[in-house]
Design a protein around this ligand. Sequence first.
Ligand code: ASP
Length: 348
Amino acid sequence: MNRRKFINLTALTAPLLSFSKVTESIPAVKPIMISTWEEGKNVNKAAWGILSEKGRAIDAIEAGAIYVEDKISCCVVLGGNPDRAGFVTLDACIMDENANCGAVAGLERIKHPLSVARKVMETTPHVLLVGDGALKFALQNGFTIENKELSIDAKKEYEKWLKKSTYKPVINIENLPVQVENKDGAFTMPLKFDDGSFNHDTMGMIAMDVSGNVSGGVTTSGMAFKMHGRVGDSAVIGAGLFVDNEVGAATSSGVGEEVIRTCGTHTVVEFMRRGYSPELACKKTIERIIKNNKARAKTLQVGFVAVNKKGAYGAYAVQEGFVYAVKTKQVDRIFKSAFFYKAPKSED
Ligand code: ASP
């Protein structure tokens, strides 16, 4: 299991340059499945059977989520880091080609929150259920309650965190971010794990099926050591996920508060509606986050990935390091997102 590394960098001097090279992907032949982070490659694989058999994008999204949610020991969803009070609270949402959507927030001890979100979408007149209400709804719909023990890794991380109990929640981005002081004040930058690999709590997925219908979903335990009751972008339609079947879809990972502040994925989709490529649409939305508060933006990560109706895809992030996996008939690989701030070289 990957171990996260906290490194205190004191002499970080690399300049913060803007890297905004925009490259439009070659339009892929339908179907297409896109998922955030390295683990997205396995998620795409798990969903691919449905898409290649001409199944619906929404079913592929759920299959991808189920795959990653089952990996309880690997820091995703139920295996993820708890909130400050020691509870793992899950956020998830789903949206289909007809603008149907469902979400859950602050759901505890249920292995498949995205499937609960789908039930909300398909069987209730509502969009979002939270906390105890979401749990009751899940149990009424045949979901079973899981052990409340933290995963081994989450327990270790929590115990480590408890020693300092810093108020500021730590965002789990491409590598564990480290607090650094520079002339602008506190600064968070990501670093790699000891073994060079990465770990993430959030899985965002967008897909287009052979019929050209677009859907998406997000499932997460959210930001590590968040306040109990905090809801992130992953449960908020228009923030962590947005789908418009005339235009395309987008999903996000990173500091949910920033994504909510900009109605992030809705903004990305609206930029695509105006004719921007997926990458440019993501870039313009990231620039809005940065423009809103440059000092704050330097300390955080947000990444968006989007696909349009032609099957073109692209991504953009605040910091270097955001990656996403794409699967089509021709492509099965992880792409590095374009980004605004280049990560300084680590001197460890
Ligand atoms: N967006 C998630 C949240 O704010 C965290 C993440 O992407 O890792 O809860």
